[in-house]
Design a binder for this molecule. Structure first.
Ligand SMILES: *Cc1c(COP(=O)(O)O)cnc(C)c1O
Ligand code: SF4
Length: 393
């Protein structure tokens, strides 16, 4: 009898009052995971004005929303920054030119055959361990793999990946991502991290990218923290795009990770209608540094199928950066990044504040400087090389 209750599939909350009464801390993360919404029609009872999208959007990318995340959505506003990130829209119907760009970053070309390792940069690798996330972002850059029902990358591939890391002594940094590595059980994570640490002592830096901390904060438990601490995971990068995603529960669970000695970083995707405003970004990054989380990267939306309506033009990203640098605390200012098509990799988007120019008389160069507020100064001395001839005795 008891067992039947314990293992029954938990129900999805179809009514607004049921969802509001739900306390995400009242049950395990696995149970909440099983209560996820997987069709927009299921959200009709808890939100108003849910767009009735064509079922074909599901052929390209599934929907999944945790009840915790659904509770954060504005009941009436379809432009709620959280709703926009997670609910499908008619804009997802294919846009010419984007139709086949499911691997726009060329990750498959840099994947080591038989493994799930993307080895693009010197000395570090991206290890895609999981095929799924707690809540699926409509702009996901890895749609090609994240929407799979299988949940985790094949066991053989994981083992071959660990062999690769163990056999390549020049790898000093491993970044676990996916999907979301925290969709694994503590036992499985313990096993994978343990294998990396024992078989690849040359790995100096071990980090995890996870949005589950934000989408289902109760995933962070003392047991998980113990696993991460045991295997010396030095950094966890979380992904937040709007201050509305920061809650007291999230703060509590981030604190738990920090107490386990983990350095916390933030990744953000620059999304039209969600956070393409200086005010929103200032607030987001100040709230994250307040939590002791360091803003790391702001990515431009990748040119993945069904995400074109989120793309913020490059020139606007420069303006957003200029609205941060100098105007808020330095540690709250992340690096803006565009990931080059076809495997070019991460490229910083940085406005030019300091420029070297040739002097009109051809006698050398001068350096023209502009500060955050638009004041300028010229520093001709910086155009010269003052090194002195070495003194011989
Ligand atoms: C982003 C990324 C990394 C990590 O890059 P850092 O700039 O060191 O954070 C590594 N490999 C791949 C393929 C990546 O996309
Ligand atoms: S959390 Fe990251 S990997 Fe997961 S769906 Fe969102 S963008 Fe994709």
């Amino acid at each position: 009898m008891l067992q039947a209750v314990e293992f029954a599939t938990p129900k999805v909350f179809m009514r607004y009052d049921e969802l509001q009464a739900y306390d995400p801390e009242s049950e395990s993360w696995q149970k909440q995971f099983a209560r996820r919404y997987t069709h927009h029609a299921q959200l009709n009872g808890v939100l108003n004005h849910v767009e009735d999208v064509n079922e074909t959007v599901y052929n390209k990318f599934a929907i999944a929303v945790t009840p915790y995340m659904a509770k954060l959505m504005d009941r009436d506003d379809p432009n709620c920054p959280i709703r926009m990130q997670y609910l499908p829209s008619f804009h997802e119907e294919t846009k010419p030119g984007f139709a086949t760009m499911l691997d726009q970053l060329g990750e498959e070309g840099d994947t080591i055959p038989g493994t799930s390792i993307v080895h693009r940069y010197p000395r570090r690798v991206l290890f895609l361990v999981s095929n799924t996330c707690a809540t699926l972002c409509r702009f996901c850059t890895r749609k090609r793999m994240v929407s799979q029902p299988s949940g985790s990358v094949h066991k053989d591939e994981i083992e071959a990946s660990i062999d690769y890391i163990a056999n390549n002594k020049n790898i000093e940094d491993v970044l676990l991502s996916g999907g979301d590595p925290l969709t694994f059980t503590d036992e499985r994570l313990d096993e994978i991290l343990g294998m990396i640490r024992t078989r690849a002592p040359h790995v100096r830096f071990l980090r995890i990218g996870s949005r589950m901390v934000v989408q289902l904060p109760t995933r962070v438990t003392p047991e998980l923290c113990a696993v991460l601490e045991r295997h010396r995971v030095q950094m966890v990068n979380i992904h937040i795009n709007h201050p509305k995603e920061i809650t007291p529960l999230l703060r509590k669970r981030v604190k738990m990770l920090q107490k386990a000695g983990i350095m916390m970083g933030l990744q953000t995707v620059c999304l039209k209608g969600v956070n393409d405003s200086v005010e929103v970004m200032r607030e987001l990054f100040m709230q994250t540094v307040e939590m002791g989380v360091r803003p790391y990267y702001v990515y431009s939306t990748d040119m993945v199928e069904g995400a074109h309506h989120f793309i913020v033009p490059h020139r606007r990203m420069l303006e957003l950066y200029e609205g941060l640098r100098g105007w808020i605390s330095g540690p709250a200012v992340p690096t803006f990044i565009v990931d080059g098509l076809g495997g070019l990799g991460k490229l910083p988007i940085i406005p030019s504040y300091v420029r070297e120019e040739a002097l009109p008389d051809g006698s050398g160069t001068t350096v023209k400087c502009r500060n955050y507020a638009g004041k300028t100064v010229e520093m001709p001395g910086l155009g010269q090389d003052f090194s002195l001839p070495s003194v011989s005795n």
